[in-house]
Design a protein around this ligand. Structure first.
Ligand code: ATP
Length: 446
């Protein structure tokens, strides 16, 4: 693989995982310079970019590069003018120590920045935090598996790493493995191809703690599910701790085998919901302090009021403001923030799934009119699509139940709950419905 194709893949991985702001500010501005051995040299436009990369993105880059190449790629960040002056020799690649300070511990793939100390507790994540803490203090005992679920960017991965970091801190000998379900799948496929399934099994079944991120991507992959089922059983029987994250409850993941769904429910499942205003302010305060950024309180309040989707977007907004102020060489004020975040608030920069779009998409998918979906007709042909639309509104948007009810022609919130329960229940064993809901989800994300 050459520098360009490797960088392209890494860039795409970032694009899928960061906000548009973060992507356009920090990722798109990078140019690959060379790939020599394991060292990937990247050119960045400013010292600020280099600080940001080293601080916030380098560990993610190493992780993506590892997934792509199965090698530990070492990033080397250089600036445009440094390259021009051919002073490259003064820019050492990141050595192992620095890499650790870039928060990636090689053996576990844990991000050492994601700790309980750096996690702000609020209404939406209180339970998840408490459960994670219990698991980290006594792994393999109380809640096994622990499943953290909820929307994107709400801190599931953070808590999962915090568990791993705490266990390592208390017991440096502990064998901890963090992996995304996609990497597990890739590892498994590679193992089959290279006739190394035995060592694959050894690797996964010899751990004390297995942390698997984003299990929704197991959907549809029967062979991997089968393998994971055995891994799970083995670890569980040996009282090893398993922690899982997912964007929804396992029974809502269509094409996840029933035996996995039931095992995942053996322990404790806790959801994380979007942070309220106070929590968002507290998170911003913590981040600003950690990064040594001087932001007046009312300006922080303003940012928290503008960005209400998730914590990742919130962090992206703060970074954008910071970069903006540095480039302009001015202090951060509410006016500056308003300029920096123009066009960005309320998730405008991502594909928005709102209730109206859901109603529209579902009605045309089933060849019905919008009035049918919003109306009161009780014939089967309409009732089911209406319930599917309500279900999607509940799982794909952050609207409250009463708000969803109102958008569906002024229905009571109990109707929405009923629709949600009905569809969730049917999704467990109705393959036809699963396919329809999957197709609709895809359509809505387009
Ligand atoms: N309560 C919190 N306190 C401090 N930081 C938080 C909190 N919640 C989330 N974050 C930060 O927000 C960012 C996104 O969180 P994280 O990656 O854990 O989300 P996620 O729920 O795993 O999302 P996804 O499903 O997209 O992987 C991280 O940088 C994390 O540190």
């Amino acid at each position: 693989m050459n520098k360009d194709s490797l960088w392209e893949k890494i860039r795409d991985a970032f694009e899928d995982n960061v906000s548009t702001t973060t992507y356009s500010t920090w990722i798109e501005t990078v140019k690959p310079v060379s790939l020599e051995g394991n060292q990937l040299t990247l050119e960045l436009p400013s010292p600020l970019h280099r600080d940001y990369w080293k601080d916030k993105l380098a560990d993610q880059l190493v992780e993506y590069a590892y997934k792509i190449t199965k090698k530990d790629i070492i990033p080397n960040f250089v600036l445009e003018d440094e390259l021009r002056n051919e002073k490259q020799s003064s820019f050492e690649p990141i050595n192992d120590d620095q890499k650790n300070s870039n928060n990636l511990m090689k053996n576990t793939h844990l991000n050492t920045n994601y700790t309980f100390e750096s996690f702000v507790i609020g209404k939406g994540n209180q339970m998840a935090h408490a459960a994670a803490l219990v698991v980290s203090e006594d792994p393999g005992k109380m809640y096994n598996p622990l499943l953290l679920y909820g929307g994107v960017g709400l801190g599931k991965t953070h808590l999962m790493h915090a568990i791993g970091n705490k266990i390592i801190q208390d017991n440096p000998e502990a064998n901890i493995k963090y992996i995304t379900s996609e990497s597990f799948t890739n590892d498994f496929i590679n193992a089959i191809q290279n006739h190394k399934t035995e060592s694959f099994r050894q690797e996964y079944r010899n751990v004390d703690v297995l942390l698997v991120d984003d299990i929704q991507f197991f959907a549809d992959k029967d062979g991997t599910q089968e393998e994971f089922f055995h891994t799970f059983n083995d670890l569980y029987e040996n009282r090893k701790q398993i922690v899982l994250t997912s964007d929804r409850l396992p029974n809502e993941i269509s094409k996840l085998q029933d035996r996995l769904v039931s095992r995942f429910a053996w322990g404790l499942s806790v959801d994380i919901t979007p942070p309220d205003l106070e929590t968002r302010i507290a998170i911003l305060k913590t981040k600003a302090e950690a990064d040594n950024i001087d932001v007046p309180t009312d300006t922080l309040n303003y940012i928290a009021g503008q960005i209400d989707s998730n914590v990742r977007e919130l962090e992206g907004a703060l970074s954008r403001v910071q970069a903006f102020a540095k480039f302009k060489n001015v202090k951060i004020t509410t006016d500056l923030v308003s300029e920096a975040l123009k066009g960005l608030n309320k998730g405008e920069n991502k594909i928005e799934v709102n209730i109206d779009k859901i109603i529209q998409t579902v009605s045309s998918y089933f060849n019905l009119s919008i009035d049918d979906i919003k109306g009161k007709k009780r014939i089967q042909k309409i009732v089911i699509p209406r319930q599917i639309a309500m279900y999607l509104a509940r799982v794909m948007t952050n609207n409250s139940l009463p708000k969803i009810g109102v958008a569906f022609g002024g229905k009571d919130h109990t109707t929405v709950i009923h629709a949600y329960d009905k569809i969730s229940e049917s999704l467990k064993n109705n393959v036809n419905l699963q396919n329809k809901v999957d197709e609709l989800r895809e359509e809505l994300k387009r």
